[in-house]
Each structure stands twice: as structure tokens, then as C-alpha cells.
Design a protein around this ligand. Structure first.
Ligand SMILES: [Zn+2]
Length: 174
């Protein structure tokens, strides 16, 4: 009983060493022990051969990437993500700033309307002239704010798609 358990443990250790040899490598004495066991045990030798064949087939199917590629790729993805986050924050600040200035324009509009009316009367201008003056004052900043927001959004979208093209696997598109 005790002897059988020991034999079972020997094969168990062999299986562990076969797998470990592929994953993290073996110490010299482990390698020697494994080789001597495989030389005398058909079952474990068959298992080692099957493991090697399966891994070779898998490696020939998936072209092995150059060493260090995974690390540099994940680093680039992280850098890109941080960059985009920063740009989004900048664009958000711009959008908020434009919106606030537009709201300030709306809020002060009645006051400015009165001011233009007063100026129009003082300068004896036709009503249409000071009305147009008021409209210019009111619409130009709002139009600029709107254009700035549209421009910022278009830029974010363009940079997003550039990022996808750079890091994505489908570089054959476009
Ligand atoms: Zn064995």
C-alpha cells in the first residue's frame, strides 16, 4: 500500500515536472531526475512526448510573436489611454468654458439689449441698425462657442479612430 502510493507520487512528480519544464524550466537535478524516470517509464515518456507534440503543433499554428512585443504593446496601449484621457479632460474644460461664456451671454442679453436701445436712441440710429448690432454681439460669441465645441468633438473622434488604426490589428483598412 505504502509502496504503491510512493510509485503514484513518482509519476505524479514526473507529470508536474513535464508541465513545469515547458512553463518555467527545470533545475539541473530535476531535469536529470526526469530524464532518468522517462527512460525507464513508458507511460510518462508517452505523456512527455504527447505534451511536446501538442505544444509544437500549437506553436506552429500561432506564429510566435517576437519577445518583448506583449510588454511593449501593453505599455503603448496604456500610454495611449492616458493620452486620450488627458485630451478628453482638456476638451471637457473647453466645452464647459464655451457653455459658460454662452450662458453668460444669454444672461446679460436683456441688459445689453437695453444698452443698444439706449445707444440707438442717443445716436438717433434707425431701430434696425442697433437691433442688428445687438444680434451681432449676441450671435458671434455663441457661434464661436458652438464652432469650438464642434471642432473639439471632431478632433476627439479623429484621434480615437487614429488610435484604433495604430493599435488595432486591422491595419489593412484604409
Ligand atoms: Zn512514470
Amino acid at each position: 500500500m505504502k509502496n504503491q502510493e510512493t510509485i503514484g507520487n513518482v509519476h505524479e512528480r514526473t507529470r508536474h515536472l513535464i508541465d513545469a519544464g515547458w512553463v518555467e524550466g527545470l533545475a539541473p537535478e530535476e531535469r536529470r531526475w526526469l530524464a532518468s524516470h522517462l527512460a525507464g517509464c513508458e507511460a510518462c515518456a508517452g505523456r512527455a512526448a504527447a505534451t511536446e507534440a501538442a505544444l509544437r503543433a500549437f506553436r506552429s499554428l500561432s506564429a510566435s510573436p517576437p519577445p518583448g512585443l506583449a510588454a511593449s504593446t501593453s505599455l503603448r496601449v496604456r500610454e495611449k489611454a492616458a493620452e486620450l484621457k488627458q485630451q478628453r479632460a482638456r476638451n471637457l474644460a473647453l466645452t464647459v468654458g464655451c457653455t459658460l461664456s454662452w450662458m453668460a451671454g444669454v444672461a446679460s442679453a436683456p441688459l445689453v439689449w437695453k444698452l443698444f436701445g439706449w445707444l440707438g436712441e442717443a445716436l438717433r440710429l434707425p431701430r434696425i441698425v442697433w437691433e442688428l448690432g445687438f444680434l451681432c454681439w449676441w450671435f458671434v460669441p455663441a457661434a464661436f462657442a458652438g464652432l469650438a465645441i464642434l471642432w473639439a468633438q471632431a478632433r476627439v473622434e479623429r484621434e480615437d479612430s487614429n488610435g484604433l488604426l495604430e493599435t488595432g490589428p486591422r491595419s489593412d483598412e484604409q
